[in-house]
Design a protein around this ligand. Structure first.
Ligand code: CP
Ligand code: NVA
Length: 301
């Protein structure tokens, strides 16, 4: 079996993405991890990703071992390359949440088992899988649907926009000046088959959209910029509130990877309101992780 990693969602083809989502819904799942481990390294905090991935491993018969980056001394006590080589001797899969995307790339240089990016500064592919699973369950086939992202063109946006394109969705993003996606990313989305529009006007992005999504204004690692970002995003009117949701298409749903900051990127009336799928989305992190693990371990259906 060819060794596969998932550092970004477009490491999957469109067919493979659909297969991962199908595998996420297989109940009861096979137990290919019986007697095997999955090593999970976290350089940053996590509630959903750690719990969802650990429990997905348990459901597949395996044993998760979660480690804080400082506990194993990632790139201090030991290089990421050496750690990945060592963990490959114990585990069937390695997951890593890292600051620099290059760290998880370096782990693939020496790992002899699949490596999964559990969030880096540029990507959050396992979140995108859960988001697409949630949308597919709620909306049915995703081809032709419109995703509107309102906010920072961050790791979550990058992965979700690539995944949405692979699923046949159109993508629109509104960000304040200076916080939008680069042309390189837009080209990458287009290369995956997605029509993508970038604007600075939230109303333009959400018009007629089936899905409105956002995320925090300052991601982990950007704490020093938080005040400036809050001023830039709030000043430009980037809170997803009821008025903005009303400008989206009929029946539009709201997604947020969480944790959410009510009153900043999203109003409480939206994240806690009837259009919000965030709790299902969070629960789906586990199902999507299970589908991904099954895929990486060689399951095809
Ligand atoms: N959405 C998400 O990745 O949550 P955690 O940071 O809690 O894992
Ligand atoms: N963009 C956020 C997502 C957290 C799940 C971050 O990187 O902090």
């Amino acid at each position: 079996m060819t060794l596969r990693h998932l550092l970004e969602v477009d490491d999957l083809t469109a067919d493979e993405l659909a297969m991962v989502l199908d595998l996420a819904e297989v109940d009861p799942p096979a137990r290919p991890l019986e007697g095997r481990g999955v090593g999970l390294v976290f350089e940053k905090p996590s509630a959903r990703t750690r719990n969802a991935t650990e429990m997905a491993v348990v459901q597949l018969g395996g044993h998760p071992v979660s480690m804080r980056g400082e506990e194993v001394g990632l790139d201090g006590r030991e290089s990421a390359e050496d750690l990945a080589r060592i963990l490959s001797g114990y585990h069937a899969v390695i997951g890593a949440r890292v600051f620099a995307h290059a760290t998880v790339e370096r782990m693939t240089d020496t790992a002899s088992v699949p490596v999964v990016n559990l969030l880096s500064d540029t990507a959050h592919p396992t979140q995108a899988l859960a988001d697409l699973l949630t949308l597919r369950q709620h909306l049915g086939p995703l081809a032709g649907r419109q995703l509107a992202w309102v906010g920072d063109a961050n790791n979550v946006f990058r992965s979700l926009s690539l995944g949405a394109a692979l699923a046949g969705m159109g993508v629109r993003i509104a960000s304040p000046e200076g916080y939008g996606p680069g042309e390189e990313h837009l080209e990458r989305v287009r290369a995956r088959g997605g029509e993508v529009v970038a604007t600075t006007e939230p109303l333009e992005a959400v018009a007629g959209a089936d899905v409105v999504a956002t995320d925090v204004w300052a991601s982990m690692g950007q704490e020093d910029e938080a005040a400036a970002r809050r001023a830039d995003f709030a000043g430009a009117g980037f809170t997803v509130d009821q008025a903005l949701m009303a400008a989206a298409g009929p029946g539009a749903v709201f997604l947020h990877c969480l944790p959410a900051h009510r009153g900043e990127e999203v109003a409480a009336e939206v994240v806690d309101g009837p259009a919000s799928l965030v709790w299902v989305e969070a629960a789906n992190r586990m199902h999507a992780a299970r589908g991904l693990l099954l895929f990486l371990l060689g399951a095809t259906s």
